[in-house]
Ligand binder design. Structure first.
Ligand code: AHG
Ligand code: MN
Ligand code: MN
Length: 340
């Protein structure tokens, strides 16, 4: 303890006994993710100075133009995770295939990590919050061998830890190991993440709805009905609600987690499976929200964490946030748009 402050490292070590099998491996891994996040945070904060803004001229696997910071952050996380010795491979939004480490130390690592190194890329150049998402599993292939796709295509229920780093007005790391959700704010003056949000619980109800309403015409009828519900005047239930949409999933999620709200990225005509990726966007946030007492579904009655992935970059629609809000949206989907 530094005075009354608990640092991320101290907290993780304190909680190590929650994991009889982990023997400090998960502790070291979470610390390494935090350190890579500090490096990225520093780059984000000087982005305008460092000529790191803008596009790099290549496309990623989704055909989206990659920003310099996407590539930079991806490399920082890959290096940190490989160096940790706890991780045998990584799946990243920025790489079409898994990255299976070849050195003996890493091949012996018990964990795999799926990451979205920079979430909210379109906001980088305009100084709006962005984030990093991570999801950690124990491998299913034997230690000492190269990691394989099977290690990554596990249901979200099998995550051992997950979280995000939000590069906002301050940098915050929020994670869970299945024993609640805690948040740590980076104090740049001492270079440490300090416990700032302990045992986060999502309010069961909220007044914020977050959805890209520009796509309204393409939404399923169930979503249109829910949006109209949010906009209806009913002071008894605090409606009309407040509409907030940053376009950085991590930032939209973090606000709704703390204040109460729902985030929806539904199926649309152009994206019949939604836009967000199951392994490194939907799953880590679904694990966090359930740990905080909220819900995450695909809008068609399926819990996100139960979906068995068949592809690394699989997309799923996402309805996530305060539990009663998600339940009502689900109910309207069931009534007006029962089929995907
Ligand atoms: P990424 O920058 O990692 O590609 O993710 C962008 C995602 C997510 O952050 C956000 O919620 C969503 O895209 C916004 O999409 P729309 O612009 O279609 O609303
Ligand atoms: Mn993303
Ligand atoms: Mn991204």
């Amino acid at each position: 303890m530094m005075g009354s402050v608990t640092t991320l490292n101290e907290f993780i070590i304190d909680r190590q006994s929650d994991f009889p099998y982990a023997k400090g491996e998960l502790t070291r891994l979470l610390n390494h993710i935090g350190i890579a996040g500090k490096v990225v945070s520093r780059e984000v904060n000087k982005a305008g100075l460092a000529e790191i803004l803008g596009e790099i001229g290549s496309n990623n696997v989704h055909g989206e133009s990659q920003k310099k910071l996407d590539v930079y952050a991806n490399q920082k996380f890959i290096n940190a995770l490989q160096g940790s010795g706890e991780v045998c491979g990584i799946a990243s939004e920025e790489n079409e295939e898994i990255i299976a480490f070849d050195d003996d130390l890493a091949k012996n690592g018990p964990y795999i990590v799926s990451i979205d190194p920079v979430d909210g890329s379109s906001n980088i150049d305009v100084n709006v919050s962005i984030g990093t998402l991570f999801s950690i599993y124990r491998r299913v292939t034997p230690r000492g061998h190269r990691a394989g796709d099977a290690d990554f295509l596990q249901e979200g229920t099998r995550q051992v830890a997950a979280g995000y780093i939000l590069y906002g007005s301050s940098t915050v790391m929020v994670y869970t190991t299945g024993r609640g959700v805690n948040g740590f704010t980076l104090d740049g003056s001492i270079g440490e993440y300090c416990l700032s949000h302990s045992d986060i619980m999502a309010p069961p109800n909220g007044i914020i709805y977050s959805i890209n309403e520009g796509h309204y015409i393409k939404f399923p009828d169930g979503v249109k009905k829910y949006i109209k519900y949010c906009q209806t005047n009913d002071p008894q239930t605090n409606r009309p609600y407040v509409s907030r949409y940053i376009g950085s999933l991590v930032a939209d999620f973090h606000r709704n987690l703390l204040k109460g709200g729902i985030f929806i990225y539904p199926t649309t005509e152009q994206n019949p499976h939604g836009k967000l990726r199951l392994l490194y966007e939907c799953n880590p946030l679904a694990f966090l929200i359930e740990q905080a007492g909220g819900r995450a579904t695909d809008g068609y009655g399926n819990r996100i964490l139960d979906i068995k992935p068949s592809k690394l970059h699989q997309r799923e629609p996402l309805f996530i946030g305060s539990r009663n809000m998600v339940s009502l949206a689900e109910q309207m989907m069931k009534e007006y748009s029962p089929i995907k």
